[in-house]
Design a protein around this ligand. Structure first.
Ligand code: GLU
Ligand code: MG
Length: 423
């Protein structure tokens, strides 16, 4: 059959979906500068597809410009079209960054952290999902049987992750029926989010080639097991020296890391609207699911919002310091990794700037119980508003509120089914 290579350029938008446009590969040279055309109201496309509300109307032009360091070109070798895409930035037509670009949001957060502390953040996304191609047998949480039953899906996925430029760290059978988890190695913030997006797409692409699906929805079935996206992170000096650990600090945290964590906990009820941004996210965030329900930090506890992770087999203080990291667990795949990591970093940077101290364990406030509650907390936060700027802040809230109104009245089983179709 006659064929010509195509490339796609896109970004993982505030609905947590990668959207953009394609063009013939032979045009790449020119497209590196001019990108592809986009418009302001594309930001308002809900996860269901339609734009339900928009402050932008039908006017205006933007471009998504490919980032040369963010090219994925993976040929699965089965005759299907290669996964050839770039992640990119949304820019105004004069080339300046658009204020509502999600990667720009994360870049601004990285700058805020640098300003507050002179430090950078290194992070890694650990993502859970259901693979529909595995047979569902009861009683096989973490079992070799469940690991085996995905066939060669895992092997193809790991190969695709590596081809795509990420470094796969683990692939495992999780607790839930047909549930699996993949982690890629830590990278500086923007690259970490890029890799989080790419990893999700490689899992989807691998399943697609087998006539199957991956389901990353936070809660695929209302009475089932949740899919979390856990963000591991640590702070580093420009030289690369780790700055998260201090043997004598609270929970083993350095002063700056404790301030960062305090900032995250302080803003958590509001930023949950960014990191857990779907109505089904709040079905996941309920007791008994190895998920957080309060804005707390605990050493080595999988029920905490911030988990101080263990250090494995480190013989020296130096090795401990280089492994030491925190895990943010109030996140799921309805969130764009750029937005979730950006919100986390902005909140942490604010904690450093204001020299916040860790709250008493008993003082941990509950997390919001619904997306509506989280959005109200976000809307009331001047600080969160300042991270977005007025246009983006209004657009984000309107996007999410219109999505919520669209599914109002659906009971949990139907709600979960709707989101499982999308994510
Ligand atoms: N599935 C849980 C979640 O929704 C996490 C389980 C685990 O600790 O791996 O976050
Ligand atoms: Mg897990």
């Amino acid at each position: 059959m006659l064929r010509e290579d195509l490339i796609f350029v896109g970004t993982c938008d505030i609905a947590g979906l990668v959207r953009g446009k394609g063009f013939p590969t032979r045009e790449l040279k020119a497209r590196r500068k001019t990108g592809i055309g986009w418009t302001h109201s594309n930001l308002m496309q809900t996860c269901f597809g339609p734009i339900l509300d928009t402050p932008f109307g039908t006017g205006g032009d933007l471009m998504i410009v490919p980032d040369a360091s963010c090219e994925v070109d993976v040929d699965f070798g089965d005759g299907s079209a290669p996964e050839h895409f770039f992640l990119g930035d949304i820019r105004n037509t004069d080339g300046t960054p658009w204020e509502c670009c999600v990667r720009e949001f994360l870049r601004r957060a990285v700058k805020a952290l640098d300003k507050a502390s002179g430090l950078g953040l290194v992070g890694a996304f650990e993502q859970e999902f259901v693979y529909t191609g595995a047979e569902d047998l009861p009683g096989h949480a973490y079992s070799l049987g469940a690991f085996r039953r995905q066939g060669t899906f895992g092997e193809t996925l790991v190969a695709a992750l590596r081809e795509a430029g990420t470094k796969p760290d683990s692939f495992l059978a999780e607790y839930g029926p047909r549930q699996y988890e993949m982690t890629v190695t830590p990278q500086p913030a923007l690259r970490a989010a890029d890799h989080g997006v790419i990893a999700r797409e490689m899992a989807r692409a691998t399943a697609f080639r087998r006539g199957e699906r991956t389901i990353f929805s936070p809660m695929p079935v209302a009475d089932g097991v949740g899919n979390g996206v856990h963000i591991h992170f640590s702070l580093h000096e420009k030289s690369g020296a780790p700055r998260t650990y201090d043997k004598k600090g609270p929970l083993g945290l350095s002063q700056v890391a404790a301030q960062f964590a305090a900032g995250v906990l302080h803003h958590l009820p509001a930023i949950a609207a960014i990191t857990a941004p779907s109505p089904v996210s709040y079905i996941r965030l309920t007791p008994g699911r190895w998920v957080p329900t309060t804005a707390d930090i605990v050493k080595q506890d999988r029920g905490a919002a911030l988990r101080v992770c263990p250090v494995f087999g480190a013989a020296s203080e130096k090795k401990t310091a280089s492994q030491f990291n925190l895990e943010f667990r109030v996140c799921d795949a309805a969130a764009s990794p750029y937005m979730a990591l950006g919100a986390l970093i902005f909140a942490g940077a604010d904690g450093i700037a204001r020299q916040l101290t860790l709250p008493e364990a008993e003082a941990a406030p509950p997390l919001p119980h619904s997306l509506g509650e989280a959005l109200d907390k976000m809307a009331a936060s001047q600080t969160v508003a300042s991270w977005f700027g007025p246009t983006f802040f209004e657009a984000y809230l309107r996007h999410k509120r219109s999505e919520l109104a669209h599914v109002a009245g659906l009971q949990p089983p139907e709600l979960c089914a709707r989101y499982a179709e999308i994510y």
